[in-house]
Design a protein around this ligand. Structure first.
Ligand code: NI
Length: 385
């Protein structure tokens, strides 16, 4: 088991109670008002300077030290629109909303780290940022706009990770999570009677060809040694079984690590979608909306994080996680300061706690919260050096 300090052990019940309370009362992106109140009350009496209402629901807890050296620890706080499928005593009490990614645990670790850092006092300034709206809703951008990154020299974030066993920490230099851009294609034709296709231009058939052809971007255009994903997750068109509709709308996601490849993707999608649609008598409108950049960990900050991790779980339990094509708005902070995003192993298959993130049966081993809290404290120690 991890090397935990007595102060972390002493806070164990409070950490678990906060996590379980948040799990019972999950809040969606930009609605994290109760969550923010729970953070505030957890930190009441601590020597932290609290800013609430950042961008709406964000919370910033600052332990004042040397302001010329400011370390930001970032956790996220939003839940997902998922109906929990669990018999846990602390299952969600909000129908259709669930902490299915572990952000309840992130808040608990961040709040515990803030309270303990305030208790110790810090030579450097340590900010713990509780960020709302991580799940694709622009939370990080709003925190940066609200000044959370002003004067910050380095940023470290943690994410519970059910692809790693509890008692491990995942630290990797370089690319960790992909850039995520949003794709919207509207295939426009000319609707008509289902029995008279020759008098219409069928956008359903054209959209079907577009969907298939888009898969040739990854299979035929992207160098096989570079990672890319083009996924269409939504297809909508038509109302009736016997009517050819006027248009079909496709929604999807483009994921890459490489910057040049990322920049080339809108042209590739537009060329294929427009060319195919036109060949079939339709038109395609393509819109690619840039999302979060890739999460690329800074070598120097990652090395400090790795040393901090080794002190908590031992060298043998610091692992290098596989890069994932999932995205994270942690990347937005890395545009302002060097940083590292660290995975806190949270799976315990023997106890059935190994469901994937975003699953209605997601849960994790709460021992991971103690490991993560201790890790954040060690990161603060590393930053002193
Ligand atoms: Ni998450």
């Amino acid at each position: 088991m991890a090397r935990l300090s007595p102060e972390v052990f002493a806070l164990r019940d409070d950490i678990l109670a906060l996590r379980r309370d948040l799990h019972r009362h999950p809040e969606l992106a930009w609605e994290e008002r109760r969550t923010a109140e729970q953070i505030t009350s957890f930190l009441r009496g601590s020597r932290v300077e609290l800013r609430t209402g950042l961008g709406g629901t964000g919370v910033l807890a600052e332990v004042k030290g040397d302001p010329s050296r400011t370390l930001l620890l970032r956790v996220d706080m939003d839940a997902l629109p998922i109906q929990e499928d669990s018999r846990s005593p602390h299952a969600s009490e909000v129908p259709g909303v669930m902490h299915a990614c572990g952000h309840d645990g992130h808040v608990a670790m961040g709040a515990a780290a803030a309270r303990l850092t305030a208790g110790r006092g810090a030579p450097i300034t340590v900010r713990v940022l509780f960020q709302p709206a991580e799940e694709g809703e622009g939370g990080a951008q709003a925190m940066v706009a609200a000044g959370a990154m002003d004067g910050v020299a380095a940023v470290v974030g943690v994410h519970l990770w059910n692809e790693l066993p509890v008692g491990t920490l995942g630290v990797k230099v370089g690319p960790l999570m992909a850039a995520v851009d949003r794709l919207r294609i509207v295939v426009r034709g000319r609707g008509g009677h289902g029995g008279k296709p020759h008098r219409s231009a069928d956008p359903v058939v054209a959209a079907a060809h577009v969907i298939t052809a888009l898969q040739t971007i990854v299979s035929r255009e992207v160098p096989p040694t570079l990672a890319a994903v083009v996924t269409l997750g939504s297809v909508h068109g038509g109302q009736a079984f016997n009517v050819i509709p006027d248009e079909v709308t496709l929604l999807g996601t483009i994921r890459t690590f490489d910057g040049a490849l990322r920049r080339s993707m809108p042209e590739r999608v537009a060329r294929i979608a427009s060319g195919i649609a036109e060949a079939l008598g339709c038109r395609a409108e393509v819109e690619v909306r840039p999302g979060n950049p890739p999460v690329v960990n800074d070598a120097a900050v990652a090395e400090r994080a790795r040393r901090a991790a080794a002190r908590v779980v031992g060298e043998e339990n610091v692992v290098e996680p596989e890069p994932t094509m999932g995205g994270e708005d942690m990347a937005v902070y890395f545009e302002r300061a060097a940083g590292c995003f660290v995975f806190v192993g949270s799976a315990n298959p023997a106890r059935g706690l190994d469901q994937p993130h975003h699953s209605p049966r997601f849960d994790f081993d709460e021992d991971a919260l103690l490991v993560g809290t201790q890790f954040l404290l060690e990161v603060v120690q590393e930053a002193f050096g």
